[in-house]
Every structure is written in C-alpha cells, then in structure tokens.
Design a binder for this molecule. Structure first.
Ligand code: ZN
Ligand code: ZN
Length: 296
C-alpha cells in the first residue's frame, strides 16, 4: 500500500514537472514572438560594411543548441571583469556601469576584480606603437594575465585595459581579443572616444563599451554573428559600423541565449529599462519600452 502511495505521488510530481516546463517554455516563446515585432530590419550592406565583405550564413536555434554552448552550472556561474591600469574616477564609473549592464544583459552575477597596475605586463609584451604611444600585447594579457585571474567559479572573464592594445606586431591596434572556448576576453577603453574620457563624451564611450563587451561575451556563450535584424550580435568592420549598430539583442538571438541561460525575459526587460533610464540612454530606452508595450 505504502509503495502504491509513493508511486502515485511520484506520478503526480512527474506530471507537475511536465506541465510547469511546458508552461514556462510556452511563456518564453510567446514573449519572444511578441517582441519580434520590434526587431529592426538590417539595412542592405554597403561597401565597407561587415556583411559586404563577409558572406555569413547566420545561426539557427537548432544550430546554436547543437553547438553545445557554454552555460553556467553550479560550479561556474559568475562573469568577472578585471581592470588593468590606472583609471580616472570617470573610467571607473564607466566600468561599474558595464558590470551592471552585463549582469542584466546575461542575467548572470557579474563582479569587478581588484585592479592590477600596468606593471603586470612585462616589457617583452609592450611596444611603442605607430601612433607613438605605448601599447600592450593583447594575446599576452588574455592568455597570461587574465587566464591566471580566472577563478574556479568564473564562467567568463574579461580584462579591461586603460592602455591601447595590439594583437600582433603586424597590426596597428585592436579594440579587444577573446578566446571563446576558454571564456577569456580582453578589451581596451583607450579608443572608445576621441581624446580622454570626459562628461561630454562619456555616453558615447559607455555605449561602445556596452556593445563591445556584450557582443564578445555573447560569442563566449555560443552566439554567432546575427544576420537576421539590427542586433548587438551583428559583425562590424569599424567603430563607425559599431556606432550604427544597436544594443538590443534581436528576438532571434534572445531566443538562443534564453534557451541556454534560462532567464526570465520580462525581468530582464524591466531591468534594462531601469538601466537605460538611470544612464539617460534615450534611444535604447525607447527600444525597450517598445518591447514592453508588445508584451504587456
Ligand atoms: Zn563578433
Ligand atoms: Zn540577433
């Protein structure tokens, strides 16, 4: 008799799990179908644009799932940011804003590690660049300095340098570099605005940092370049093209990321609205309010 009761309880529990799972995946797809109406069509690529010279085929949800994307588990569930260099208080404010944004964007706890000085990079991994300022070797930073800082619970870590970067002696500079399989990235704030960061160019600089960091970490979580709509996962050839791209993840890419990271889409949307309000980012706020009007 007792075993019959146990079997009955187990059966109802099983049914409950199935109902719950199908409800939440149903809610998820209905949310994504609604916000897809707010996707912005991708303009036809012109000479110089990424898609003009790169014939990309996109990535379907099935292809994304089959690629076995990196996802958090009990042991690894934190994104870390590691500042390297001497930063002004405004640059530190920008890095904190980036942390807050990534935490919302991926719905994963994001922590800023203790800053290291530029002396963590030896003379053999530095040079005086073609524009006559000192640069750091991005591959050394990524594979030695940042890799060493990757804590056991880190799913991804991104170094942020105040100095300019170069990837290889043949190149003039690079905005950043990542190793997707290893969950390692490094990017520089040096070229995010013309001249030093000031209150006047802060918003442009922050916008660029948010685009670059969410794009690179998006790659770490298995997203390939997007060809379906204007989206932060579009490939870009230059800062000019990055400026024309948008911060919003299109519904296609959001459905892929959501299938892997399992976040609450509506909670994420409300937090993005709050972030863009606090940081006075009007065009992104309008986009997110557009999404909200479709799901309410
Ligand atoms: Zn990319
Ligand atoms: Zn997309």
């Amino acid at each position: 008799m007792k075993s019959l009761i146990k079997i009955t309880i187990a059966f109802y529990f099983f049914i409950l799990v199935i109902v719950f799972t199908s409800c939440s995946s149903g809610q998820r797809s209905s949310y994504l179908a609604k916000v897809s109406k707010n996707d912005v069509p991708l303009p036809k690529p012109k000479a110089g644009d990424w898609l003009f010279s790169h014939k990309e085929t996109g990535q379907s949800l099935a292809e994304f799932r089959n690629s076995k994307p990196l996802k958090p588990n009990k042991a690894t569930q934190t994104i870390y940011l590691k500042p390297i260099g001497s930063f002004t208080s405004l640059q530190l404010r920008e890095i904190e804003a980036c942390r807050a944004y990534l935490e919302i964007f991926f719905q994963i706890k994001t922590v800023i590690l203790k800053r290291s000085g530029n002396e963590s990079v030896p003379a053999s991994a530095r040079r005086l660049g073609p524009q006559q300022h000192e640069q750091l070797l991005a591959t050394y930073l990524r594979d030695t300095v940042i890799a060493k800082e990757k804590a056991k619970d880190a799913i991804a870590i991104m170094g942020i340098t105040e100095m300019d970067l170069y990837p290889d002696p043949k190149w003039n500079y690079v905005f950043g570099l990542a190793s997707y399989q290893k969950g390692l990235a490094v990017s520089s704030v040096f070229r995010l605005q013309n001249g030093p960061l000031s209150e006047k160019n802060y918003k442009l600089s922050l916008m660029r940092l948010l685009k670059i960091s969410s794009h690179e970490i998006g790659h770490i979580f298995g997203l390939k370049h997007c060809i379906y709509a204007s989206c932060v996962m579009n490939g870009t050839n230059s800062m000019l093209e990055t400026d024309k791209s948008i911060l919003r993840l299109c519904s296609n890419c959001q459905s892929k990321l959501n299938s892997s990271l399992n976040f609450d889409n509506e909670k994420r949307l409300m937090e993005l609205i709050n972030f863009f309000t606090l940081n006075n980012m009007q065009s992104d706020l309008i986009m997110m309010k557009g999404d909200l009007s479709l799901v309410q």
